[in-house]
Design a protein around this ligand. Structure first.
Ligand code: ZN
Ligand code: ZN
Length: 153
């Protein structure tokens, strides 16, 4: 995404992720199954210091930020593999929310909530069996209802 200047909060020096999500809902193609914005800016929601990403449960749009996924943010050397794995987990997590999944208690499941980057690094880039069944069921349901190009699971 281009820099979402419209969502900048001058007191927090961060970007309001809810405002960006609203913007995405307005500009996403209507025939899309799920639409994800990727940004480099630091995101927040009013009740939290920061978020790695945001989605509405069963919503069409989601948003992730690279800002706090970069090892450099934690004074670590750049690491492309680590960054890509973190992006994969964060994106899959938000996509799960879009398909109706809520947070999972299994710390290894990708649907476990990440409040710190250590949570993200601990979990696997995949759903636990329960979340996977739900994800698959929702995806199949959506494919019956709409004319989407469906990925094979
Ligand atoms: Zn979540
Ligand atoms: Zn799970």
């Amino acid at each position: 995404m281009e820099n979402p200047t419209y969502a900048y909060d001058e007191t927090r020096h961060q970007y309001n992720s809810k405002v960006i999500l609203k913007h995405l809902l307005q500009c996403c193609p209507h025939d899309t199954l799920s639409f994800m914005g990727v940004t480099r800016v630091d995101l927040f929601v009013p009740i939290l210091k920061y978020v790695f990403g945001l989605a509405q449960i069963k919503g069409k749009c989601s948003l992730i930020s690279l800002y706090r996924l970069l090892p450099q943010f934690y004074n670590q050397p750049p690491n492309r593999d680590l960054l890509m794995t973190r992006i994969e987990k964060t994106a899959l997590h938000e996509l799960g929310h879009c398909l109706g999944l809520t947070h999972c208690r299994d710390r290894r499941c990708v649907m476990h909530s990440s409040t710190r980057i250590e949570d993200t690094d601990f979990k696997q880039p995949e759903f636990c069996p329960t979340c996977f069944e739900l994800f698959k069921w929702r995806l199949e349901k959506l494919s019956r209802e709409g004319n989407y190009l469906m990925p094979k699971l």
